[in-house]
Design a protein around this ligand. Structure first.
Ligand code: SAM
Length: 217
């Protein structure tokens, strides 16, 4: 698992992320491409590795171990880097499952290869399709949810998964400080920062900000 992860992270380090996104029509300092669908954006960016940071991955592993997570759900697989951190934690918690979902078929195929190379395929279920559909049907209770798909879909996706989260479950949100044009984060933060909606939440200063939310009841 470590060598698969290191290879992926090394490949990511080789990329010029800003240039790669510019080629895909996304100006990281400009406007979020609001006029394209989630699927179009996934298609345009299908070759870009855009994973959680190394520290972010370590945080995922640590929190999943601390929560004794056995059922983990992830929105946004990409090439599977965060999934490998989560699946390692689930394996080290004596087993369970990670359900992850990716919209772009080539990326999903590469992620499956990476899971096999890491020896973790048996605990990872990859659902190909739009998270707003693929995550409607989940086992309960879910112990941990990672939100790392397109920025504007974090709020709808947390609302879809919320009824399956056990009291005390964690929701971890990568790139909470990342703003491209429109501020999609404000609505999301207003939701998770209001205990009336069932969460307590705190921003951690890890890479581009990681929000950690606790499901109250
Ligand atoms: C930032 S990347 C995920 C990185 C991954 N978590 C990691 O750390 O390696 C976001 C991914 O979410 C996928 N995605 C975006 N919208 C989606 C949706 N509605 N349903 C499923 N996947 C989606 C994109 O295709 C992209 O691969």
């Amino acid at each position: 698992m470590v060598s698969t992860l290191n290879q992926l992270l090394a490949a990511e380090d080789q990329q010029d992320l800003v240039a790669a996104f510019a080629d895909a029509g996304v100006d990281m300092g400009g406007e979020y491409p609001v006029d394209v669908s989630a699927a179009d954006l996934a298609e345009r960016t299908k070759d870009i590795i855009m994973s959680v940071s190394r520290e972010g991955g370590q945080l995922l592993y640590l929190l999943a171990r601390a929560a004794k997570a056995r059922t983990v759900v992830e929105f946004g697989t990409s090439f599977g880097i965060s999934t490998l951190y989560l699946a390692s934690a689930v394996r080290d918690n004596d087993g369970g499952q990670v359900i992850t979902t990716e919209l772009q078929a080539d990326k999903a195929r590469s992620a499956q290869e990476n899971f096999a190379a890491a020896g973790l395929s048996d605990i990872i279920e990859l659902r190909l399709g739009d998270a707003r559909e693929t995550l409607k049907d989940l086992p309960a209770p879910v112990d941990l949810l990672l939100l790392d798909g397109w920025l504007d879909l974090r709020l709808p996706v947390i609302k879809i998964v919320q009824p399956r989260l056990r009291p005390g479950a964690l929701v971890i949100v990568d790139d909470i400080d990342l703003h491209i044009g429109r501020d999609f984060t404000r609505d999301f933060l207003e939701y998770v920062n209001d205990p009336a909606n069932g969460f307590l939440s705190l921003r951690l200063p890890v890479h581009q900000g990681v929000q950690v939310c606790l499901k109250l009841s």
